[in-house]
Ligand binder design. Structure first.
Ligand code: B12
Length: 211
């Protein structure tokens, strides 16, 4: 029987082998991929975040939990991908310069891909110049910037500024997100949108594409 709590514990404890096994059990039993993702994997990272904040666990444990989570996500990925790729449109996504957090950004990328969009994932620590060059090269319609650190959030503004300076601001919609980012901050730096989670981000992108 798929055990939601056991999967959470495996991720929290950084036990990637058990996490993989339990995700596979869930799939075999017909549990929806989104339920495994939201109900166990993301829920586990919330607990990890709380424990890190309260000083109960430290970076090595957090990193191991992140690895276990990613191992689970890798299995779910193909299950969440839609077959029809007709509505392809260019989305560029990356974590801004100086920031190495990529779990949330990858979840957003995954959900966008599963919605049939053509997503270019630039990875982490992406300088404003690279975002700008990619917008040009791929004729992208949407740029998604992720930042988890208050110290790297200003890099979102720098990226927007560079795109503006190069005369390409009108051609793209820029969305921002990440744990510390807020709607107010998005407005302050002149972004076109913000979403607190991957599901909302995917809906936002779809509504932009539609209209
Ligand atoms: C895992 C983690 C790490 C891992 C990252 C592993 C990896 N591959 O990503 C490691 C161990 C490497 C790490 C390192 C550090 N971390 Co860290 N880390 C975390 C932790 C525990 C969880 C982050 C996470 O993955 N959450 C789960 C995902 C699913 O959530 P999410 O990222 O928020 O993404 C969701 C939404 O925000 C949104 N979203 C995300 N991106 C985007 C983009 C767009 C466009 C949109 C629309 C939406 C969107 O959708 C996502 C899915 O729903 C947080 C704690 C927390 N509460 O967030 C700290 C935290 C972010 N880290 C923190 C710190 C301080 C650091 C370090 C500086 C620690 C150090 N002293 O070295 C380093 C910095 C390294 C660097 N240069 O980036 C602080 C940041 C404090 C701050 N306000 O600046 C936090 C908040 C912990 C804390 N309270 O101290 N960390």
């Amino acid at each position: 029987m798929f055990d939601r709590k056991a999967l959470m514990e495996a991720v929290i404890g950084g036990d990637d082998m058990t996490a993989v096994e339990l995700v596979n059990t869930g799939i075999a039993e017909g549990v929806a991929a989104t339920e495994i993702l939201n109900g166990s994997l993301i829920a586990a990272m919330d607990v990890v975040g709380d424990r890190m904040e309260s000083g109960d666990i430290f970076l090595p444990e957090v990193l191991m939990a992140a690895r276990a989570m990613s191992a689970g996500v890798e299995i779910l990925k193909p299950l969440m991908s839609a077959d029809d790729q007709e509505s392809k449109a260019g989305v560029i996504i990356g974590t801004v310069k100086g920031d190495l957090h990529d779990i949330g950004k990858n979840l957003v990328a995954m959900l966008l891909e599963s919605g049939g969009l053509d997503v270019t994932n630039l990875g982490v620590d992406v300088p404003p110049e690279t975002f700008m060059e990619q917008v040009k090269e791929r004729n992208a319609k949407i740029v998604c910037l992720s930042a988890l650190l208050t110290t790297t959030m200003p890099m979102m503004k720098e990226t927007i500024n560079l795109i503006t300076e190069n005369g390409m601001r009108d051609q793209v919609k820029i969305l921002v997100g990440g744990a510390s980012v807020t709607q107010a901050y998005a407005e302050e730096i002149g972004a076109d949108g913000y979403a607190p989670d991957a599901g909302t981000a995917a809906r936002l992108v779809k509504s932009i594409m539609a209209g």
